[in-house]
Design a protein around this ligand. Sequence first.
Ligand SMILES: [Zn+2]
Length: 226
Amino acid sequence: MELPPVREVAPGIILAMAEDQICGSWMLVNGKSCFVVETPPKADDGDTVPADLVGNYLKDHDLTPVGLTETHHHWDHTQGVDRYWDMLADYPTFPWICHKSFLDAAKNYTLYFDTIFREEIYETSIGGEPLYLIHAPKHCVSDVMIVYRGTMITGDWWLGTGDPNWNHVPPEVSIASVDRILNFLQGKHYDVHRLFSVHANDFRYGVNTTNVLLETRHYHESKLGR
Ligand SMILES: [Zn+2]
């Protein structure tokens, strides 16, 4: 069965992901406020323009964009940025947010992003409801976890054991990232019970996130010979 290209996958979490898309684009919604995550390009062999899917959804649902961010700097997540920029130009201005490491890794995006955070955890809100961006390198240097309404969008993180670590992030860095998220959850008594990969190929509902993170941590510790 073919899934609709734009669909609500959890309360307030709308995924735009057509069959021919290389990465999901996400809309986090509260009331009429919408926060956009990821600006993927059109696939070479596809017809779907992700920015258009998002743009149409905003119009059809009378939503106002209040922020935009990316889970990391890789091209398959970001290279549609021009099209998003144009599509969103008619709305009142809103922050384009990224971690400093994102621009360090992809300097040409400086044109677009006006709100650059350096802290490990950045808190903002979507129409008054908290949204947390946690810098947590593990897949690559600029990884950011997106935490909203009990859901965490985990970028391109490999959860659990067997991370192929294509970008050669040192195990110590991955462990520190896992600990950062664990400390955040514990410190805020925040229950994340849904984990979604940003490519929309891994949806986990009703998960014990602490256990998943501890298993992930354990794997990276094993790389240190512990
Ligand atoms: Zn990717």
